[in-house]
Design a protein. Structure first.
Length: 114
């Protein structure tokens, strides 16, 4: 049984910053990929960023230069530092782990609004 527990969402003004965290527990194999996806109202879930246990990172074009993904392999935790937030970043953000099965967190709401 694998569990993903997310934290760090909230309401922030445009231009502000938030940091999301996701801690994984259970039977997790390496190598693996941890990442973040988001789903805005009325839209499909989309990739935000991923990071492999080897350190390779991938970002959606819409967040490059503003968001940074990092992970602590010892703690099996992934972070998403979000800077220069814009209203279009408003969504529910989901943590994802592929190990090799696909696991999802419960989601954390991010609202960017003045």
């Amino acid at each position: 049984q694998v569990q993903l527990v997310e934290s760090g969402g909230g309401l922030v003004q445009p231009g502000g910053s938030l940091r999301l965290s996701c801690a994984a527990s259970g039977s997790i194999f390496s190598p693996n990929v941890m990442g973040w996806y988001r789903q805005a109202p009325g839209k499909e879930r989309e990739l935000v960023a991923t990071a492999t246990s080897f350190g390779a990172k991938n970002y959606a074009d819409s967040v490059k230069g503003r968001f940074t993904i990092s992970r602590d392999n010892a703690k099996i935790t992934v972070y998403l530092q979000m800077n220069s937030l814009i209203p279009e970043d408003t969504a529910v953000y989901y943590c994802n782990l592929r190990s090799p099965k696909n696991y999802w967190g419960q989601g954390t709401q991010v609202i960017v609004s003045s």
